[in-house]
Design a protein around this ligand. Sequence first.
Ligand code: SF4
Ligand code: MG
Length: 323
Amino acid sequence: VDDAVKHFPLPRQGLRRREHVHSLDGINLRVDSGEVFGLVGESGSGKSTLARVILGLTPTTSGQVSIDGLGPRAPRKQLARTAQLIFQDPHAAMDPRMTLGASLTAVLAQHRIGNKEERAQAVSDALAEVGLDDSYLHRYPGECSGGQLQRVVIARALLLRPKLLICDEPTSALDASVQARILNLLRRLQGEHGLAMIVISHDLRVVRYLGDRVAVMYLGQIVEIADRDEIYERSCHPYTLALLAAGAATTTGKQPPATVTGEPPSPIHPPSGCRFHPRCPLAAPECRSAAPELREIAPGHQVRCHRWETARTTLASEESPNR
Ligand code: SF4
Ligand code: MG
């Protein structure tokens, strides 16, 4: 992803200039084959838009995106065989009128893969890979739990042997007891297939469990990016630190920091200078006027903050006691 920008136009209001939702503003990202990349941020930070842009489902306003050499204008079928998306609600992902077997077979038929027997075998194997037996072939989506159906969705995504799997909040619609099993499944399949995977979540624990590298997004921009352990142990962006503290607060039952409670500012009129300044405990006058660049502070660790050194020394100890 090279300098991707996505602004959605809003309907014009009278004579006023047309306004835009700034969903993505200058995203640069490279995910290697076999790498698991975590993308974290609040809802509205642009994570799902980025997923859609990567898959060519939403055109960029400017900038370049390619997967394994394929641009967004490559034939849909070719893109589908290169990258697949798994999203939050498995019930919405499956046709309620088709048996699971028919849904999965249809994918192979669309792509003209195999003959009838080979398709049946491939579908049965795919279900077995996600821990479901052949009795599921004849079930309808309405006869499955969310966890079972998310397994089917994963099996369907892998039928085409993609190189990249994007998982957008893969477990947030599921019961807590099922979440861990689905995450384990994704991790196992990622390893077995050598998949590149982008895992999108508002939940830092999900990304910590799955990601090799992690990017934190805020209002359409990446504010921090680093290897997983670096993010969880040595992060120095005030927003990342607040997210970590909020995560720790949920597990210990304490109050999350005020920084990340309440609504984020509007992506229609992003704040001047650093977009995080209205909520940042360290905001200084320069933060309101000058937009910080994403810059490298250690090998592979980039931060978008004028005061990252101060954040590391003051906020790291005070806001995330559990690190
Ligand atoms: Fe906070 Fe300023 Fe850093 Fe933005 S640049 S995160 S306002 S300290
Ligand atoms: Mg989303």
